[in-house]
Design a protein around this ligand. Sequence first.
Ligand SMILES: [Zn+2]
Length: 716
Amino acid sequence: MRRAAAVGLPLLAVLALVFRQAAGPAPVGANAPAAEFSSARAKLVLQELVAEGVPHPAGTPANARIRDRIVTRFRALGYDTTVQRRFACNAAPNCAMVENIIARAPGASRNVVLMAAHYDSVGAGPGASDDLMGTAALLEVARAMRGAKLRNPVTFLITDAEERGLLGAEAFVADEALVRGAAVVVNVENRGTQGTSNMFETSAGNRWLVRHLARSLPHPAATSFSATVYDLLPNDTDVTVFKRAGIAALNFASIGGPQRYHTPLDDFANASERTLQHHGENALSMARTLSDADLDARSDDDATFFDILGFTLLWWPAKTTPWLALLSLVALMIGARKTNARAMTFGVVATFTSMLLTILGAMGIAWIARLGSDGERWAAHPQFAIASMWLTAFAAALTGAAMFRKRSDARALLFGAAIVWHAVAIALALTLPGVSYLIIVPALAAAICGLSGANETAMSAIAATAGAIVLFPIGVILYDALGSAMLPAIAIFIIVIATLVAPLFARFRNALVAAIVAIVCAVIAALLPPITREHPQHVTLAYVDDGAVPPFWTTSHVTATLGAMRFARMSTQHTPWRVMGAWSSPAPRVELPRVTLRAERRGNTVIAHIASPRNATELGLIYRGATITRVNGQTPPPRSARFRRRDSEWKFCNVSGVTEATIEMTVAGAADLIATDVSHGLPPQGAKLIAARNATPAVPSGEGDITITRARTRIQ
Ligand SMILES: [Zn+2]
């Protein structure tokens, strides 16, 4: 019992601190000193910006109203505020008429510190958190810094058309004069509506930036783990474009409440004031630090870094990581020299057995937990599914330890586990140094305990607690980051701690209890409703008037209530590119002027003119057999390797904020062109469909419900 308390209580204390940190810092009231960031003040700004609570994609009148409110506020604060108007394209190419807001404090124009957020939203929701919260936070930062004497000038850049493919950032970097003086950018974003403001992405060679972070952030939430994983994922924000232009970057975002992201529920009521406070503290402290720093003193190498439960940020140069792991291994070997080698070997085998059991057990139990999920990426009540993964890791570690207990002992089993984790730490230090600290921290703690001759209870408690400080935050946040499909990954992180605890409690009976509780949790997770009013399904509808086939409705998902509407798998014969939804149903003919498409061929060059007689401001071209060279006279930037990997036969080009587009392309042989124009909302005949969708309960996501007309031509 005393052993259980010695190991269990510190782990529970760490868990409590992880939950406390995950909510974000306490809001700060409107009467806070003027130099401080106050979420109460910023929230009033956010409320004014969101106002009508309507979607405001780039190029819409609603977005223009929000632009004017932001400009007015920056001007009232005394900033020299201009709107950069430019037709900009990304590499896809997607293009838009963009209006970026640029607010400068008077002063020099070298080594500019850019503070960035975007103000446009997707079509489905008002974007209160994504990213008017970032905009409101920067307005409060601008207020707090007003009139300050700075070594480096601070410029606020509120971009447009981020949701259209980072086009505001493209417009900014396309203007030589603007980008020339920019040294570093701090970006504030949200992929959700709550949780901590995580610093999750940096530019390469980040050691100097991490040093500034460590000195500045009052409640740091930053790890080289998330920075490394993010770099491996195909996700983008404006920072992707800024980094390409050679601007050093720090990117902050929250990821809590992912089901509300890009839906009508990303509204003012759901925007977390704690998240706003955390974003603001982070942005203000970085603006102050970077505007006072020597921005010419940079590093070429990276740092390995992580926060200690939000209290402080620890870091070291990434290149020293393998040496740290090796040194720790040597310490462990010295500490273990009096322990029986054969018994430790069984400890190594027990650890590998536990890892194998974790992977198999987690896949099986996650399958149970997901049984009722109805294909949703995030469940309404994921707590039991997450708990089942933690318990699976402990059940597996207890089983592994129990199997070899008779041929070993608790101390030798602990050394065996520490040897395995050192081997993993060294392998990670050489391949993914940003991730390696997750294993090095508990391994080093175990090595120091071994060297100092601590007893097995102290060694287990200290090593597991050290591991919990770095691994528990991931065990808690990973679900929001990646969703149900990645549930087993949670167990794989927790197994590190479990193998450092299990040797003290190595009984099959304990393993059985943990396994049974894990399964019970998984069954509860499966029985809980995956969809609720607060956590609705994502179902997006469209009306398509395609000249080649009769008009039809499409949906991304046939819910129980939509099932009565004669939806069938969409034929790929007429829509081989499958741009919207996988299901279609016949629709009445609505009198809509169809988009026009006129294409002229001159040798290998084809010029397509697209126009929307109904003044829809989103035009598109679906095409194959052609390469786009210019859109409305604008040459898109070169395609990155990342884009080329995603290439398929059919390609898409979207042009927003205009009612006419001229697209030039190179065509070697024959080419197929399909022009589209898109407006938001369904025609009145879709009211029944919307009611059926909303009853599930479900909400539109992404671009939201839309009406499309199409026109086709084939170039011979
Ligand atoms: Zn965003």
